[in-house]
Design a protein around this ligand. Structure first.
Ligand code: SAM
Length: 275
């Protein structure tokens, strides 16, 4: 892709700007521009789309998104050392890359001024990835401000996102994602593709919002799933005791001898609505 966008290879960019990877910032850079394009393509057509990216780092994924025709990228990066490298990309694509320096957990993505559709694409820092996903699943309005989320996680987290009942990885995250989105794992990326290589395999997950998820108060859904999965091997009449136990289960029409991992997302919503 260096030839495609005319910008220098990422290794050179990293060396020139002294961007040695910092573990505390979850810095595992993807330098293979074919792979960054594959991630960006997973989001679907980008023409006319504004992309929110978290953690652009030296800009490999950012470059792929811009080369694939995104109208604009708004990228949030915490590491100020990356800003000069990102400024070079911004100069190459005038008016199409805006970088916000700071902690993505503190950015209110919902209120960023944008014209037209928004997609989120990111190779997320592992320490804040799940929290960012949960924030994007809980905006004030639904359907949300984004058309899709294309996110890279540790594979174990990806499995929890797409899990449903009868799946070992099913838990609170699976219920939340299954309630409001359709999610699938697009492809894995081996540790060797990153610099430096992380300890585990990564995976790209693509989520799109359900138009009409079952109406349900998210606070109640979280209370029910927290209690149920907090003691996932126990029967629900025991694990849900603090929330009403057998009476709550009877109201929702759910057998009290069942366990959390056997309940569908719809049944969890029913329980939340009976709280
Ligand atoms: N996008 C680049 C790539 O694919 O090679 C870098 C991905 S690296 C896994 C994660 C990036 O997130 C790093 O650039 C890191 O500095 C940045 N980062 C870490 N914590 C952050 C936070 N709280 N807010 C914004 N960026 C953060």
């Amino acid at each position: 892709m260096a030839a495609l966008d005319g910008l220098p290879p990422l290794r050179e960019v990293i060396q020139r700007h002294g961007l040695d990877a910092r573990k505390a910032l979850g810095q595992n850079f993807l330098l293979d521009l074919n792979l960054t394009q594959k991630v960006a393509r997973t989001a679907g057509p980008l023409e006319g789309v504004t992309v929110f990216e978290v953690g652009p780092g030296p800009g490999g994924l950012t470059r792929a998104i811009l080369a694939l025709g995104a109208k604009k990228v708004i990228a949030v990066e915490r590491d100020s050392r990356c800003l000069p490298a990102l400024a070079e990309i911004a100069a190459h694509y005038p008016g199409r890359l805006e970088v916000i320096e700071g902690d993505a957990l503190k950015v209110d993505f919902e209120t960023l001024p944008v014209d037209g559709p928004v997609r989120v694409i990111a190779n997320l820092p592992y320490n804040v990835g799940t929290q960012l996903l949960v924030n994007w699943l809980l905006p004030k309005a639904w359907p949300p401000f984004w058309q899709s989320l294309t996110l890279m996680f540790q594979k174990e987290v990806g499995l929890r996102i797409v899990a449903d009942e009868a799946d070992d990885h099913y838990g609170r995250l699976g219920v939340l994602c299954g309630w409001r989105t359709q999610a699938y794992m697009a492809f894995d990326i081996s540790p060797q593709a990153f610099t430096p290589p992380p300890k585990v395999t990564s995976t790209v997950v693509h989520l799109t919002p359900k138009e009409n998820p079952i109406p349900c108060a998210v606070g109640k859904l979280e209370r029910v799933t927290e209690a149920a999965f907090g003691q996932r091997r126990k029967m629900l009449r025991q694990s849900l005791k603090p929330l009403g136990g057998e009476a709550l289960l009877a109201k929702a029409g759910i057998d009290p001898t069942r366990r959390a991992e056997t309940l569908s997302v719809d049944e969890f919503c029913r329980l939340a609505n009976c709280l």
